[in-house]
Design a protein. Structure first.
Length: 291
């Protein structure tokens, strides 16, 4: 299905390209600016291979899966050095970049798990993760405050892309909100923690989100001692397009084709058949309690 070429992977589908999305898979280190440099190196590779957007993993700012206190130490505002480097890089490279960071929350003393989207030297949008990973013996809410705004959808060269982060994947209502906001692509930045059955959950849920929303799903994940890697993509009918496996410092590509989206939604118009009202407002009653 995909061919290995050095440290680049390409989807086998090579017809007319509408928008090429690159998925970056790497293991963040303790130094934020080294991670920014890694993203820009992978971004340059992606640009050379015709990508319009590079999607990097959740929490690309700093190594954190085995260091829960690291986000608080490394957190920066969206005009800090890490995002500024990516913002400038998006202009110099001529490619949009979406990458996970951590930003301070002065009201709670915690941080926000934030996804920043940069293009043309500008901060296009950002998303504060709504669903916190208080599961599998991990308590993200100890150090992270949940967002309060719905996830964003942007228009990139006529393709609408909606964004989410990691644990959000287990909540199909969030992705239905993105779909009803017009998303053609559901883009997930993740640091999916390894564990028994976790890879099966990862690929099953990614595929389900594609099928139920008749949308492309693209997901960039961390690789390392605690992240599973397996950055992956599925087409709007749920067909697998990409799986980076355990590749390190790798970039994979998916070509998003409007004609494929239209084809699937013609034969499977499920979004027009829904019988429930979709409310994009998060229900803040369920905010995890700070510990």
């Amino acid at each position: 299905m995909e061919a290995w070429a050095g440290q680049s992977w390409r989807s086998s589908q090579q017809e007319v390209v509408a928008v090429r999305i690159a998925l970056a898979q790497f293991d963040p280190v303790a130094e934020p600016m080294a991670n920014a440099e890694k993203i820009l190196v992978l971004g340059a590779q992606a640009k050379a291979d015709g990508a319009r957007l590079l999607l990097a993993p959740e929490g690309s700012l700093v190594r954190f899966l085995d260091q829960p206190s690291a986000p608080a130490r490394a957190a920066e505002p969206l005009d800090g050095d890490f995002v500024t480097a990516l913002r400038k890089g998006s202009a110099e490279l001529g490619i949009a970049i979406a990458a996970g960071t951590f930003t301070p929350d002065d009201d709670t003393g915690r941080v926000h798990n934030t996804l920043a989207v940069l293009d043309g030297g500008e901060l296009v949008t950002s998303y504060r993760k709504l669903h916190l990973y208080d599961a599998f013996s991990f308590t993200e809410s100890e150090t992270v405050a949940p967002g309060v705004e719905p996830p964003p959808v942007i228009d990139l060269d006529g393709i609408k892309i909606g964004f989410a982060t990691c644990y959000d994947l287990r909540f199909p209502e969030l992705f239905r909100v993105l779909r009803m906001a017009g998303a053609d692509v559901l883009a997930l930045a993740s640091a999916w923690v390894a564990g028994p059955g976790k890879e099966e959950h990862w690929l099953t849920l990614l595929r389900a989100r594609a099928i139920e929303n008749t949308a492309y799903v693209v997901a960039a994940d961390q690789i390392g001692p605690h992240g599973i890697g397996r950055s992956a993509a599925f087409d709007p009918f749920g067909l697998p397009l990409l799986d980076l496996g355990m590749a390190r410092d790798a970039v994979g590509y998916v070509d998003v084709k409007p004609e494929r989206i239209a084809e699937v939604r013609t034969v499977l118009p499920s979004s027009s058949h829904t019988r429930f009202r979709i409310d994009p407002r998060p229900d803040l009653r369920f905010e995890p309690a700070a510990r």
